[in-house]
Design a protein around this ligand. Structure first.
Ligand SMILES: Nc1ncnc2c1ncn2[C@@H]1O[C@H](COP(=O)(O)OP(=O)(O)OP(=O)(O)O)[C@@H](O)[C@H]1O
Ligand SMILES: [Mg+2]
Length: 358
């Protein structure tokens, strides 16, 4: 994928390589054959709507689900037929799966005890994990007497103490309320930095993906529609689906013919490519209401249909020709607020729009 090769400047080989990986359940294809490279120290989000195959893909990586086709390589080793406990991965499942009859300390030390590590090593590493996860004060409490956020931290510490090359997290923050979720996002970012490993997490929340991940794989109906740096995915969505799933986007209908795209809303501009229907994606904050004598590379006329005050910005919806509507985000501090019924001209720069197939 283009974005991928652009981003990998360090020249390090991929830590995780999926090739032609798919999974079928009877008639349902949960994951279509796909390739994915994940690099050391990446924080990767697998993002997509419910049922698109995120959990299945994560479980294939962790070794809990066998792929129907394809191979998985981790750190240069083919692990396709190898069980989860023999892979250099560790998974935090949704709901955490803590042992209710054990204390925080016992939960965190469980994996090392299973590995029959010397007592002194276990004690040292548990103390370190407690400290990094800010759980030292709660070490001897039963995990059943913890809040949701604290349980989440225990689950993370229990996985991280085994120093997995790849930590797999399935919707790690979904069970938490909004405020706690934001606090835990900061925590996850910090843990990723301090442990220095590779994190792969599943989420259906685009805001969470953008705020945590340096790379995002956007899934739709079992396919990865785009994979790349978080900023690239936002600024240069490759498909209609990616554009609408991540952030707010205007999608304008257009037609490409003879090296020109003409929008149903009016404007036209030069664009090479195959003839046919296209969509133009432009973010609301990239569109301005043009003042008297002001011009932009793409301009169209319309009538203000709705103005909504949203605290930090004003959302203004403008109806244009061809039944198209364009949303504009204006600074809440803007001097001249448009009113419903106003005739306006909208404009944006060509560099701010993306043309995707319709
Ligand atoms: N064990 C299974 N048996 C049969 N079908 C399954 C099984 N696991 C998943 N599926 C199907 O595969 C598809 C993908 O499921 P998956 O759990 O991977 O989606 P998801 O993206 O994680 O969704 P969500 O966001 O709701 O958790 C769904 O249609 C699901 O019903
Ligand atoms: Mg899932």
């Amino acid at each position: 994928m283009i974005a991928q090769t652009q981003m990998q400047t360090s020249g390090e080989p991929a830590l995780l390589k999926l090739r032609g990986v798919s999974r079928r359940y009877g008639d349902v294809t949960a994951v279509q054959p796909l390739d994915l490279d994940i690099f050391p120290r990446d924080f990767v989000a697998i993002l997509g709507p419910s049922g698109c195959g995120k959990t299945t893909l994560l479980r294939i990586i962790g070794g809990f689900v066998a792929p129907t086709t394809g191979t998985i390589e981790i750190d240069g080793r083919d692990v396709t037929g190898i069980g989860p406990e023999k892979r250099p991965t560790n998974t935090v499942f949704q709901g955490y799966g803590l042992f209710p009859h054990m204390s925080v300390r016992q939960n965190i030390g469980y994996g090392l005890r299973l590995q029959k590590r010397p007592r002194s090593e276990i004690d040292d590493r548990v103390a370190e994990a407690l400290r990094l996860s800010r759980l030292s004060e709660l070490a001897d409490r039963s995990v059943t007497a913890l809040s949701g956020g604290q349980q989440q931290r225990v689950a993370l510490a229990r996985a991280l103490i085994l120093r997995p090359k790849v930590l797999l997290l399935d919707e790690p923050l979904a069970a938490l309320d909004l405020k706690l979720r934001h606090a835990m996002q900061d925590e996850l970012r910090r843990l990723h930095q301090e442990f220095g490993g590779t994190f792969v997490f599943v989420t259906h929340d685009q805001g969470e993906a953008l705020s945590l991940a340096n790379r995002i794989a956007v899934m739709n109906a079992g396919r990865i529609e785009q994979e790349g740096g978080a900023e690239t995915i936002y600024a240069a969505p490759a498909t209609r689906f990616v554009a609408t799933f991540i952030g707010d986007a205007n999608l304008l209908d257009g037609e490409r013919r003879d090296g020109e795209v003409r929008l149903a809303a009016g404007p036209a501009f030069a664009d090479a490519g195959p003839a046919g229907a296209v969509s133009v994606v432009v973010r609301p904050k990239s569109v301005s209401i043009l003042g008297e004598g002001e011009h932009a590379e793409v301009e169209l006329a319309g009538t203000v249909a709705e103005v909504v005050y949203l605290g930090d910005h004003i959302k203004c919806t403008v109806g244009a020709a061809g039944g198209q509507s364009v949303v504009v985000h204006l600074d809440a501090a803007t001097a001249s607020r448009p009113a419903v019924g106003d005739k306006v001209r909208l404009g944006w720069q060509l560099s701010k729009q993306r043309i995707v197939s319709a």
